[in-house]
Design a protein around this ligand. Sequence first.
Ligand SMILES: NC(=O)c1ccc[n+]([C@@H]2O[C@H](COP(=O)([O-])OP(=O)(O)OC[C@H]3O[C@@H](n4cnc5c(N)ncnc54)[C@H](O)[C@@H]3O)[C@@H](O)[C@H]2O)c1
Length: 330
Amino acid sequence: MQRPSKINETGQEMSMMNLKGASMLVTGGNGAVGCNLVRRLLEQGSKVTVLDDFSQSDTGNLPRHQNLVIVKGDITDKRSLAKAFSKRFDYVFHLAARFANELSVKDPLEDLRVNVQGTVQVLLYSLKQKPERFLYTSSSSLYGYQENPIMKEDMMPNPSTPYATSKLTAEYYCKSIHKLYDMDYTIVRLSNSYGPYDPPGRFRNVIPNFFENAMNNRPLIITGTGKETRDFTFVEDCVDGIILAATKKAGRNQIFNLGTGKETQIRDIARLVLDITNSRSKIKHRPMRSFDHVKRRRMDISKARRMLGYNPSTTIKQGLDKTYQWFLTR
Ligand SMILES: NC(=O)c1ccc[n+]([C@@H]2O[C@H](COP(=O)([O-])OP(=O)(O)OC[C@H]3O[C@@H](n4cnc5c(N)ncnc54)[C@H](O)[C@@H]3O)[C@@H](O)[C@H]2O)c1
C-alpha cells in the first residue's frame, strides 16, 4: 500500500491516501451508502471484503469484481465475523446498522442488538488485527432537538429515538476501545444521505419515496408543514468524506460532521422531484411523526473542511437528477 500525500503551506495533508492494493472491510457494504463506498474503493484499486446480511438491501447493488469478496452474514454472528476477518484489513469501515428512526421505535431491542452489540463485536474482531483505522458511520440524528439548528460536533447530543441512542452508544464504544487498547477510530456523523442504490420503502428515506410515488403518479406525503429542513447530502459526497476521514492522519480519533452545511425544506425537495420526473402527483400533508421533534437541522462542516479538505460540491438539483437517472434504470 502506497501512502503519498501532498503537504500544503500550512503543513496539512492535501491528497487522499493512494488506496491501490489496500485491504478494506466494509460492513453493511451492500447498503445505500455502503455499496457506493465499495464501488469507489474498487475504482481506486483496493481489495474489498463486504460483510452484510442483506436484511435491508437489495441484491444486485454490488458489481462482480475480482477484488471484491462478499460474506453474507450477521455482524452479531461469530461464525460470519470469523469468516469475514479471516484476512487482514488495513481499514475497517463499519456501516452495517438497522436503519433508522421509525424502525427503531417499532423494535428497539433489535436496534440495540444490531447497532450496539453488533458494533462491539466488529470492534473486538478488528482489535485482533488493529487496522490503520476503524471508521464508524454515526448519525446527525443523535443531536436530536437543539435550540440552534446548526449542529456542531461539540454540542451535547440529545437523542430522542432508540436508533439515535444506539448510534451515540456505539460512538462511545469506539472511544472506549481506543482508550483501553489504543486502536485508532474515526467517527463520521452522516446527514440525510441520498442518491443511487437508496431504495424506497416504508421505513426508508424521504427522497426515494418521493421518487417512487412521483414516478407512479401517487401523492407525495409530507409529514409536517413541508417547511421542515434537513441537510441532504449526495451519497458521493458522503463517500468522499468517509474515505478522507478514514485515511487522513488528521482524522485519527476524531468525530466529524459530514453534510453540506446547507438546509433544504422538504417541500422544495418534493417540488423538485415533481419537476424532474414531470409527474402529475399531488403533495399531501400528514401530521409530524410522534418521535420527530426537529423542525430545522443543518450540519456545521467546518471541522471536516479544515482538517480533512472535505468539500461537498453536489447541488441538491444535481444530486436529485442523478438519483432520478438511477431510478430509471431500476
Ligand atoms: N443514509 C443516511 O442518511 C444515514 C444518515 C446517518 C447515518 N447513517 C448510517 O450510515 C450507515 C449506512 O446507512 P445506509 O443508508 O447505507 O443504510 P442501509 O440500511 O441502506 O444499509 C445498511 C446495511 O447493513 C446491512 N445490515 C443490517 N443489519 C445487519 C446485520 N445484523 N449484519 C450485517 N449487515 C446488516 C443491511 O442489509 C444493509 O445492507 C448506517 O450505519 C447508518 O446508521 C446513514
